[in-house]
Design a protein around this ligand. Structure first.
Ligand code: ZN
Ligand code: ZN
Length: 247
């Protein structure tokens, strides 16, 4: 079947699905009037990072010298190339992500990931997409407590739509670190140092690390450095949300 015909059939299936099984918005609980579980008004109102720095994902300061990268990233470039996030980690996104992670609300994760997919598709219109997706590893102890790794769920959805493979066996956490939440930047850095290991067979030149929330970037930096030591040239960070208030 041709791609054109497949997308036509998909569009019709979505319309039929919308009539038979209308979506319910994950935020306001009203019928979403479309094929997935987020209504248009909530989608528009959800907090986004305005003019994010292409490197660290934080809002660019007013009168920034460079139109795309903030001064801090120009002076000291981070070990990753880009952070692309769907949302600002503020209300109600924080509540929805916590429900996804801690109450296994997988449908919430799917909707938020779809928003990340849209941002990625826009951001990479004139850029090369990475060759492999790597979910932020979760220590086995936490995986047992939670029952699933939220980053793998995000990866699955992105991988299917972008046709990029993902691998959750390449990187792992070699020790269980205390929760990063509630720690300041310095404590997070110390907490995460040396926490990851990688099986370094045949890593491609460009990879994306997939995470649910990027806060101080301590985990993203640590894992990026490890991947670069193992032959990766470019690391991209894709996350559902970017925390913009410095802790
Ligand atoms: Zn809604
Ligand atoms: Zn920056």
């Amino acid at each position: 079947m041709s791609t054109k015909l497949i997308s036509k059939v998909n569009r019709w299936l979505n319309i039929v699905q919308c009539y038979l099984l209308p979506g319910t918005c994950i935020h306001c609980n009203k019928l979403s009037d479309r094929f997935y579980d987020l209504c248009k008004p909530c989608e528009i109102e959800f907090p986004r990072v305005k003019d994010p720095c292409e490197s660290c994902g934080l809002p660019l300061p007013a009168n920034n010298y460079d139109g795309h990268i903030c001064g801090a990233c120009i002076i000291m470039p981070p070990p990753f190339k880009h952070i692309v996030a769907a949302f600002d980690y503020a209300q109600p996104i924080d509540r929805l992500i916590k429900a996804f992670k801690y109450q296994s609300k997988l449908a919430f994760g799917k909707v938020l990931t779809h928003q990340l997919l849209l941002n990625v598709q826009t951001f990479y219109q004139k850029r090369d997409l990475p060759e492999l997706l790597i979910p932020m590893p979760l220590h086995t102890k936490r995986l047992r407590q939670r029952g699933f790794n939220q980053s793998i769920e995000i990866c699955r959805h992105l991988s299917r739509h972008l046709q990029i493979p993902y691998n959750y066996n390449l990187c792992y956490r070699n020790r269980s670190t205390p929760q990063q939440e509630g720690l300041n930047e310095k404590a997070r850095k110390q907490n995460i140092r040396g926490a990851f290991s990688a099986y370094c067979q045949d890593l491609p030149k460009s990879v994306a690390i997939i995470d649910d929330v990027v806060t101080t970037t301590a985990s993203a930096r640590e894992l990026s450095k490890l991947l670069k030591r193992n032959g990766v040239d470019e690391v991209h960070i894709w996350s559902l949300a970017r925390a913009c208030e410095r802790t």
